[in-house]
Design a binder for this molecule. Sequence first.
Ligand code: TMP
Length: 206
Amino acid sequence: MFITFEGGEGSGKTTQIALLREWLERRGFRSLTTREPGGTPLGAKLRELLLDVRSQVEPSAELLLYAADRAQHVAALIRPALQAGTVVLSDRYADSTLAYQGYGRGLDLAALQHITAFATGGLQPDLTFFLDIDPAQGLARRAQEGALNRLDALSLAFHQRVREGYLALIAAQPQRWVRIDADQPLAVVQGTIAAVVEERLVLGRA
Ligand code: TMP
């Protein structure tokens, strides 16, 4: 099963993935935690380029760098793990491109879908959690934790468009997505995620 986590900055995805991984292990499921950008050695280099505030990157180049990271990630890590029966948990995946480069930057959505399909060979997640947080609150959280990356540093209006983009993606494919209010206590968010995974995975309804 391939599970992805999406959300704005400061939505708590990374913490929730770690908690889900522990939960899966307690139930005897082998899992792999990874992220985009940066899930492979090549991706780690691309991540540095993409998130460095000093990088000057045109929107089209930004898109293709994320796509290159994803192509490597799917071929070298995600597909082999899924074939070995491992549950893959990814902190971001293709929906981030639609939300950030599509709705945020304003690139053509149909073009993004073609490029993404090429990069992934059509691999789609079985389940995607959207940890929904008010962008102003999320950015404030992120700023408290440390330095903002190149995309964090974009305007609040950009991050609001990203959130609207996610909501549009959810409306288009509601069966794949679960939206969770991330402004709830950690344990409540984790309980919701675990309950959904239990239903889809443990009861074999994925
Ligand atoms: P994060 O995963 O640590 O939040 O940082 C990744 C940043 O990259 C985040 O601002 C979202 C952005 N991003 C895109 O713009 N497009 C993509 O396709 C992906 C995977 C991430």
